[in-house]
Design a protein around this ligand. Structure first.
Ligand SMILES: [Zn+2]
Ligand SMILES: [Zn+2]
Length: 171
């Protein structure tokens, strides 16, 4: 408790080619905006498992963690807690071209905070909802339709343009 890791120096593991190490680290996860709403990960840093393997030419990395998001349902704006499992991999092989260089690894300094943030974003569902069958808000009055009377509806106001048109035709 209390300590967390933003940047992790994988060089200090002293791994030689072919060796690997599994570490448990507390990684901070920043608040983020998604679909116009704000989401947070309450409870401080998440406990993550980091696997580091020293390959012949570089590093192979895997980061796994669970996060509980807090923020509104995108349909009805009630609180919608959401559990996410993140499992991300990175390969870093200097000289192997752009695809093989991890943007999170710079001279053996692994930017865990940035990686965790991006990996979480990639693990998000297309919509965060309080329940799969959330009815959302009434488009006319904004009432939460999950709590509204069954059959909640509004009399359609006749469009004034139609009334004007009718008058024109009658003339
Ligand atoms: Zn909802
Ligand atoms: Zn309504």
């Amino acid at each position: 408790m209390g300590t967390h890791t933003d940047i992790f120096d994988i060089g200090r593991l002293g791994l030689s080619s072919g060796e690997g190490r599994r570490l448990e680290l507390d990684v901070p996860v920043d608040d983020f905006d998604f679909g116009g709403q704000r989401y947070t990960v309450p409870g401080g840093p998440v406990s993550a498992v980091l696997d580091v393997s020293h390959t012949t030419t570089g590093y192979s990395l895997r980061l796994r963690f669970h996060a509980t998001l807090a923020g509104p349902c995108m349909r009805c704006l009630d609180d919608a807690g959401h559990e996410l499992s993140v499992d991300a991999r990175e390969v870093d092989q200097p000289g192997g071209g752009e695809d093989l260089e991890s943007p999170y690894l710079d001279e053996q300094q692994l930017d865990l905070r940035a990686w965790a943030r991006d990996a979480l974003a990639l693990a998000l569902p297309t919509q965060i909802v309080c329940s799969a069958d959330c009815a959302g808000l009434c488009p006319v009055c904004g009432e939460n339709l999950n709590r509204a009377e069954p059959g909640h509806a509004h009399e359609r106001e006749p469009d004034p343009r139609w009334a004007a048109l009718r008058e024109l035709r009658l003339k």
